[in-house]
Ligand binder design. Structure first.
Ligand code: ATP
Length: 513
């Protein structure tokens, strides 16, 4: 197994061992692609949600929140196009009996070519040393250009075939590229078929009167159908946004990358309603804003990139993903979509009601255009968690496992540790705990040697360990140990709150966006 694969395995086992993520219904051997968040995971997830909410809703006076239901009138999904078009192309391997997304097989093939490009860059970097200009190299090296050309040709052809519903050509492409089943190596493929991703259910007691419903596959439609409610009751003027977080459900064909692709997951979406014709500038605006939000967490600029869509969804006139370097390579973390007036117009048609805005400047009514930002909370969790998990070699030749989470997101901000379980130290520690508890999520631990306790806190990403010792009795100071540098310093008890606040307050982190 390669290093990336090893790291991903460590991420999954660490998430379980330290109470972040469990397989759902594990005592019954689990349910495929459904996960539960444990005591630490629930906190981390809540903090990510809050970090998003604060940046999107609290810090923008023209964006407001919404909490719409998971169940919606079934016509919603007819209008939105999900009943007819929310499909993924699936293909089965006749020998291994494994099922795949045909488009993902082709994308993975292209990702391998991309790795070849990265190798060329690495080699050239070594050869040319400081004089190496990566951009110039990517633009001029013949081998690299040929690889890029190949990727582009393949993806363009696939986009065209999918758009034209030419599934035979998608299969032909897979055959021409000689793509084999990654598990068995077999090239014995079935035809490509479309598969609808929505989960159906029923509302009502008796079989005759029951109504067919869907579990929402995205939170966005809850926003669209409430557009006028919010606009009128909030007296909102265009441009304005509605944001919400909540569960979404998709019957994914292949779901085997831990919490990257789940069947039940949570989205954080914002629909920004704008004047038709201004979508170009807002698209640019939100791409930049959202990337800056990610960068504010300090997880490395080199770990993000934009991917502009070749194949546009049925509702979009422009779309890009913010991709993140997950343990298995660059993949979509967030989507920014220019959705035109597709959704509101469709709902107007199906509901027979106007969903328009009266623009006093223009003195006319129009159906607003929409710019959407949509991020998976679980995917963001995986990005943060996998990027933070490190195995460090220490000076004394030992190693430690540390979760270097952005402090603002850490589940526990500080652990209060009496050095020994006697001499009144636990009592002082508990007093400090009770005071800090008002402002932060803090933990108390008095078991085992203090070094072991530090390691336990490192493993769950606690930024501060606060040790109470005999000197505390004399001068009211404690030892603060920093997770990342492992440096220790003496701090007066009365200064603890400010010290922690400086490091973990959302304000200090979001200021950089
Ligand atoms: P993908 O191409 O990976 O299937 P998508 O383009 O269908 O994703 P969107 O419909 O744009 O995704 O959804 C917005 C966001 O919701 C995605 O960027 C992702 O973070 C998240 N998301 C989508 N599907 C899943 C899933 N099955 N599990 C977890 N998160 C998901």
């Amino acid at each position: 197994m390669n290093n990336q694969g090893d790291h991903f395995k460590n991420v999954i086992s660490h998430a379980k061992e330290y109470g972040f993520v469990f397989q759902s219904s594990e005592i019954y051997d689990g349910l495929s692609a459904v996960y539960d968040y444990g005591q630490n995971g629930a906190e981390l997830k809540k903090n990510i949600r809050e970090y998003w909410w604060k940046a999107m809703v609290q810090m923008n006076t023209n964006i407001v929140g919404l909490d719409a239901s998971i169940f919606m009138h079934p016509t919603t999904w007819k209008a939105s196009g999900h009943v007819d078009a929310f499909n993924d192309p699936l293909i089965d391997n006749k020998d291994s009996k494994k099922r795949y997304r045909a488009d993902v097989l082709v994308e993975d093939y292209c990702a391998k070519i991309e790795q070849k490009i990265e190798k060329e860059v690495k080699k050239a970097k070594k050869r040319f040393g400081d004089a190496f200009d990566e951009n110039e190299f990517l633009k001029t090296n013949q081998r690299v250009l040929a690889y890029q050309d190949k990727i582009e040709t393949i993806l363009k052809r696939m986009a065209r075939s999918l758009e034209n519903e030419d599934l035979a050509d998608v299969k032909a492409l897979i055959e021409e590229l000689e793509i084999a089943d990654p598990v068995s190596g077999s090239r014995n493929w079935t035809d490509v078929k479309q598969f609808n991703l929505m989960f159906g259910t029923k509302l009502g007691a008796s079989a005759e009167s029951a109504m067919d419903l869907y579990l929402r596959p995205e939170t966005a439609q809850g926003i669209f159908v409430n557009f006028l409610n919010v606009q009128k009751t909030g007296r909102m003027k265009i441009p304005f946004g509605i944001a919400q977080t909540g569960k979404a459900f998709r019957n994914e064909i292949v779901a085997r990358q831990f919490i990257f692709r789940m069947r039940e997951f949570e989205q954080m979406e914002m629909q920004f309603f704008i004047k038709p014709g201004t979508q170009g500038e807002w698209y640019k605006h939100w791409k930049e804003k959202r990337l800056n939000w990610h960068l504010s967490l300090g997880m490395g600029e080199e770990n993000y990139r934009f991917h502009d869509h070749e194949k546009l969804a049925h509702y979009a006139d422009a779309a890009a993903d913010i991709e993140f370097r997950f343990p298995f390579g660059f993949k979509e973390l967030e989507g920014i979509h220019s959705r035109t007036d597709f959704d509101l117009s469709q709902h107007e048609k199906h509901a027979g009601k106007k969903l328009q805005f009266f623009d006093p400047e223009e003195n006319k009514n129009y159906v607003p255009y929409v710019l959407e930002t949509s991020i998976g909370l679980d995917r963001m969790f995986l990005a943060v968690f996998s990027n933070s998990l490190k195995n460090e070699e220490l000076e004394n030749n030992s190693t430690r496992t540390v979760l270097k989470l952005p402090a603002v997101l850490a589940p526990t901000k500080a652990a209060i540790l009496p050095l020994v379980k006697k001499d009144g130290l636990p009592e002082i520690a508990k007093e400090i705990l009770q005071e800090l508890q008002w402002d932060f999520n803090v933990a108390y631990d008095e078991k085992d040697a203090v070094g072991r306790r530090y390691r336990r806190q490192d493993a769950i990403g606690t930024p501060f360990c606060i040790t109470i010792d005999h000197q505390t009795i004399e001068d009211n100071t404690v030892t603060v140990r920093y997770r990342d540098s492992m440096k220790q310093e003496r701090v007066a008890v009365k200064n603890l709150k400010t010290l922690i606040e400086d490091h973990v307050s959302m304000k200090n982190w979001l200021k950089n966006c």
